[in-house]
Design a protein around this ligand. Structure first.
Ligand code: NAP
Length: 246
C-alpha cells in the first residue's frame, strides 16, 4: 500500500509531462516535491499545501548533490519519478568538440543525474522494504532516433537498462522499477522537434492520429506510483499511440 505521507519526488515539474504528473499525484493525495531549473512551476498546483518546489540545474553535478541528496535523505520519498530531460540535436558531422559537448550535457541531465537520484533512494527503500522508481524514458530508447538526436536516444536507453539492473538486484527488497516510454507528447519538447523536422514528421506515423496531451503520461505515472500492480515491475509502458509497437 502507498504511504501518501511520504512524498513523491518528481523532477522537471515546471511544464509539460512533469507538470501533468505532479498535478495528478497531488489530486491523488500525495505530497510532491518537484524540481525545476529555469522556470518556476506556474500550474494551479504551485500553491498547493502539499507541494514543495526545489530549484536545481541538473547540468551541474554539484547542484544535484548539494540540493537533492540531503533533501532525499531527510524527506525519504517513497516514489521517485525521473522526468526532467532535454532533447537537443547535433549533427554527427559537426566538430568532435560540439558533438561531445551535446553528448555529455545530455547524458549528465537525462541519465547521470537521474541515476544518482535513484542511487540515493536505494538504501532508504531497502530499509523500508518498499519504494518505486518510475523513469520517464522515450520511444527513442527502443526505436532509436534520427542521428542528430542519437545522444538523446542513448541517454533514454541507458535509463531503461539502469532501471532494469536495479530491479534485478533490489526487487527482493520490495523495490519496484518502471519505465514509461512516450512517443511525441504535446509539450515544448515536441514543438522543438516539429520546428526542426516539420509537423508532418511528428504526427505521420501515429496510427491513432493525434498528439496526446501530457495528462496521459500523468495518469500512467500516478497509477504506477500507487504500487497496486507490483508484478508489472521491470516493464516499460509504451505510450505512443501505436507509432512504435513492440
Ligand atoms: P519539456 O516540456 O521540455 O520540460 C522539461 C522539464 O525538464 C522542465 O521541467 C525543465 O525545467 C526540466 N529541465 C530541463 N533541463 C533541465 C536542467 N538542466 N536541470 C533541471 N531540470 C531541467 O519536456 P517534456 O516534453 O515535458 O519531457 C519530459 C520528459 O519526457 C523528458 O525526460 C523527455 O525526454 C520525456 N519525453 C518527452 C516526449 C515528448 O514528446 N514531449 C517524448 C518522449 C519522452 P525548466 O522548465 O525549469 O527548464
Amino acid at each position: 500500500m502507498a504511504d501518501k505521507e511520504t512524498p513523491v519526488l518528481v523532477t522537471g515539474v515546471s511544464r509539460g509531462i512533469g507538470s501533468a504528473i505532479a498535478e495528478k499525484l497531488l489530486a491523488d493525495g500525495w505530497r510532491v516535491i518537484g524540481t525545476y531549473n529555469r522556470n518556476q512551476p506556474e500550474s494551479d498546483f504551485a500553491g498547493h499545501s502539499r507541494f514543495e518546489p526545489v530549484q536545481a540545474d541538473f547540468s551541474d553535478p554539484v547542484q544535484v548533490e548539494q540540493k537533492l541528496k540531503p533533501l532525499i535523505q531527510s524527506q525519504m520519498p517513497e516514489v521517485l519519478v525521473n522526468n526532467a530531460g532535454i532533447s537537443e540535436n547535433c549533427d554527427v558531422e559537426d566538430s568532435d568538440e560540439a558533438w561531445l559537448e551535446l553528448w555529455d550535457r545530455t547524458q549528465q541531465i537525462n541519465l547521470r543525474a537521474a541515476a544518482l537520484l535513484a542511487k540515493w533512494h536505494i538504501p532508504i527503500w531497502k530499509d523500508r522494504k518498499k519504494g518505486r522508481l518510475i523513469n520517464i524514458a522515450s520511444r527513442a530508447a527502443y526505436r532509436g532516433d534520427t542521428a542528430d538526436f542519437a545522444a538523446y536516444a542513448a541517454s533514454k536507453a541507458g535509463m531503461v537498462a539502469f532501471g532494469k539492473s536495479l530491479l534485478r538486484n533490489y526487487g527482493k527488497y520490495g523495490i519496484e522499477v518502471y519505465a514509461i516510454a512516450p512517443g511525441f507528447i504535446k509539450t515544448d519538447m515536441a514543438k522543438d522537434a516539429a520546428e526542426i523536422h516539420g509537423e508532418e514528421y511528428i504526427t505521420s506515423d501515429i496510427p491513432m492520429g493525434y498528439l496526446p496531451e501530457p495528462d496521459q503520461v500523468g495518469e500512467t505515472a500516478a497509477f504506477l506510483a500507487e504500487g497496486k500492480a507490483p508484478q508489472l515491475s521491470g516493464s516499460t509502458i509504451h505510450l505512443n499511440g501505436g507509432s512504435y509497437m513492440i
